[in-house]
Design a protein around this ligand. Sequence first.
Ligand code: SAM
Length: 167
Amino acid sequence: MRVVDVDGSETLLRAVQQRLGDRVAVHHHDLEEPLDFLADQSFDLAVMALVYHHIDAREQLLDELRRVLRPGGSLLVSTTHPTSDWTHFGGSYFADDRVEFPSGDGPTINYWRMTLQTFLGEFLGAGFVLEELVEPRATEEARLTDPRRYDRTHAAPTFLGLRLCRP
Ligand SMILES: C[S@@+](CC[C@H](N)C(=O)[O-])C[C@H]1O[C@@H](n2cnc3c(N)ncnc32)[C@H](O)[C@@H]1O
């Protein structure tokens, strides 16, 4: 099996390489640019965990993911839940705008908040077919580890996940 990890952060890529060694090929790349180092229809699965909402050139990125996936291939995507962003940032639920999220001592995280219609519509508009939509909740194991956080994340959605098919 061939696994390629693409990210714009050398720190994250180093951590992946340390953990997985030569089971993964890491590629430092700005996802605002085409994936021209990957061949057409060369992957069965693409995973974008909490990355999509950082990207400006999302239409181009989806075209590229469609190009490198084989017909019948899968795309798994996760993002912040639109209602969680709305609760946190306020204003209009329908504001598709860039927001800034301070992350403790680290750098401020900057991303696009999107309505469910915008988020899902972009994937459907790019020709992907929705197979499953999930709103994950904290598990029982999480309750034992951190009850206060469990209460918060069990009662309100935090993330949204999609499983899509490239027809
Ligand atoms: C919230 S982290 C998620 C990391 C990892 N996927 C995970 O689930 O743990 C967001 C990731 O998106 C990457 N990223 C954001 N904008 C990017 C861009 N323009 N090109 C490449 N990677 C980008 C960051 O480097 C970072 O690794």
